[in-house]
Design a protein around this ligand. Structure first.
Ligand code: AMP
Length: 393
């Protein structure tokens, strides 16, 4: 049996999973977290059984050593044949997943100005994994590369040209692994050849983005230079007037980094509701009459519906609207409200089907004659493992 280790390294955590691609089964998953706090921890989940360990020190290297130890203890280490790393930003350099070597590391490093919070953590994780697993082939899978097929009219901002040519200021898009996976799944569910399909894919989790995907290639998406643009998210604002930065700086005496921080961490559903970034909690509060929660859900769904309509422009026609991510896969309310704004496009929700498509169920939620809307469970770890296999074969 040959296994793939998938790693997603953040600034203070490492998420990992071990997958068997023969049967697409997840043998193991886990999380090393609080890597720079007093007592970093490693949690491992195997077949519903959870084990917690204290790590012997701080940082990514110690955590990677802990993951190696666990694999040894469970007798899985020898079967791990390859490693896939989720890397947030690949700029224009990486059009597809790429096998990691020194030159690739330098190129990922060169993308740091585009993702100063994420790429350095990804690099720390890759270096720690190269040390812990010498000799194993390792592949970087980029959140951005799926969207490199966008045409200039979709990815260019209307700003001075040298911002783009000299500084890379353009729209890149993120969540590529998820959009790629669910559109492939949707083509299979509808029994359509992927190359003939036109899908709008809405990934709605803590981060949210939407993509227009034709023939398996992204033509447009809602996130931009950074993952802040587009839809309303848990704590991120999504679209706003760029003039707001100057307004806040001048009237509230905030620095640019303070404004950026507020837009990333205190806005979105949390900012609108003054209550929570968690859709489940907001739905409960809204049902109990909380006006902030009600407004947050309204703005979320209205913005999403506007973007669904906008994504018809690059596609010209639609085979299905796909809902995925924690909210897309579970929130019957968000799906119903969003489609409610789109009845003029012919969308007609089947309320019974909508109720059933929760907790891992995938399938249609619209009535016959409506443009199809589908719930598809995303699986970014599996997609990364599949991409690793493709690169290495
Ligand atoms: P993710 O980042 O994909 O894990 O998604 C997290 C989001 O999914 C959070 O806003 C959760 O509140 C939301 N979510 C998960 N389960 C449900 C549910 N049953 N109903 C509504 N929202 C949910």
């Amino acid at each position: 049996m040959s296994l793939t280790l998938v790693l997603n390294c953040g600034s203070s955590s490492i998420k990992f999973a071990v997958l068997n691609l023969q049967d697409k089964h997840k043998a193991l998953s886990g999380l090393a977290e609080r890597l720079f706090e007093a007592q970093p921890r490693l949690t491992v989940n195997q077949s519903g059984h959870t084990e917690e360990l204290e790590l012997s020190g701080q940082g990514h290297r110690v955590a990677m050593g802990g993951i190696l130890q666990i694999l040894n203890k469970l007798g899985l280490r020898e079967q791990v044949a390859q490693i896939g790393h989720r890397v947030v930003h690949g700029g224009e350099r990486f059009q597809q997943p790429t096998r990691i070597d020194e030159e690739v590391l330098a190129q990922i490093e060169a993308c740091v100005p585009l993702a100063p919070l994420h790429n350095p953590a990804n690099l720390l994780g890759i270096r720690a994994a190269l040390e812990a697993f010498p000799g194993l082939p390792q592949v970087a899978v980029f959140d951005t590369s799926f969207h490199q097929s966008m045409p200039p009219r979709a990815y260019r901002y209307a700003v001075p040209e040298n911002w783009y040519t000299q500084h890379g200021v353009r729209r890149y898009g993120f969540h590529g692994t998820s959009h790629a996976y669910v559109t492939q799944e949707a083509a299979q569910m509808l029994d359509l050849p992927l190359q003939n399909t036109c899908f709008v894919s809405a990934h709605l989790g803590n981060g949210c983005s939407i993509a227009a995907v034709k023939g398996g290639r992204s033509l447009d998406t809602s996130m931009g230079l950074t993952p802040l643009e587009g839809l309303v998210m848990g704590t991120r604002s999504g679209d706003l007037d760029p003039g707001i930065h100057a307004f806040l700086a001048e009237n509230l005496n905030l620095s640019l980094s303070e404004v950026t921080d507020l837009l990333n961490k205190k806005s979105g559903l949390l900012g609108l509701s003054s209550l929570s970034n968690d859709m489940r909690e907001l739905e409960q509060a809204a049902a109990g009459g909380h006006p902030g929660a009600q407004l947050a859900i309204e703005v979320f769904c209205y913005r999403l519906a506007k973007y669904v309509a906008a994504m018809y422009v690059p596609l010209g026609r639609l085979d299905a609207l796909i809902f995925t991510g924690g909210i897309g896969e579970n929130s019957t309310l968000v799906r119903a409200k969003t489609l409610g704004y789109l009845t003029w496009l012919g969308f007609a929700l089947d309320a019974d089907l909508n109720r059933v498509m929760i907790r891992g169920n995938s399938g249609l939620i619209t009535q016959p004659g409506s443009p199809p809307a589908l719930v598809v469970r995303t699986n970014e770890e599996l997609m990364i493992a599949l991409e690793v296999q493709e690169v290495l074969s």
